[in-house]
Design a protein around this ligand. Sequence first.
Ligand SMILES: Nc1nc2c(c(=O)[nH]1)N[C@H]1C(S)=C(S)[C@@H](COP(=O)(O)O)O[C@H]1N2
Ligand SMILES: [Mo]
Length: 189
Amino acid sequence: MSPVHRTPPILLALVLIGGATLASGCPGPAAAAGDVAWNLTLAGDTEQVLTHSGIQALPDVEGYGYSVSTVGIKYGPNRYRGVLLTDLVEMAGGIGEDDLIYVSAEDGYLWVFDTTQLRGEEFFTFDENLHEIPAPALRVILAYERDGMPLAYEDGGPLRLVVITETPDVITEGSPWVKWVDRVEVRRG
Ligand SMILES: Nc1nc2c(c(=O)[nH]1)N[C@H]1C(S)=C(S)[C@@H](COP(=O)(O)O)O[C@H]1N2
Ligand SMILES: [Mo]
């Protein structure tokens, strides 16, 4: 005797896709177009939560981002747009010379910046043959856009730390490029 009320495979597939959509935090049909369900906690003297659209409403900067991973894979160059990490730090109450900035992500990854790196100094930079070159002007941004498109989750979005330059030929180390950023904290030194 064959089992009764067996769920047709197509329905099961739809339920699984629906569940995955919810689990990945995709906005449902009720969410306004353009809304990304992602919050950033900004901690310092006080703690505040910024929404994705709140971050997009802040003054933005643009530049080239080109990184190399620990295993030597190059990513880029791409155009990135986002908010200066220095602006976020100011919103958190500013920073003293001995303070540190902890930038962390969903998966537990953490990168700690000192004030020198916050200014874009003391990063290792390379040319396209991965030979070290003197660092030109660098800025650290919390990026939400790459090449005019929202930064995709598989690329570390919706919010990723990116080190940007004025020209497309400068490669920086990938380790400070924190993916899936959900917390920026200024810790008093
Ligand atoms: N959240 C998060 N961000 C991260 C990492 C990570 O493990 N988790 N790895 C870092 C390191 S060490 C490198 S080299 C780059 C790697 O980028 P990729 O995953 O795009 O290759 O991401 C950086 N950002
Ligand atoms: Mo890395």
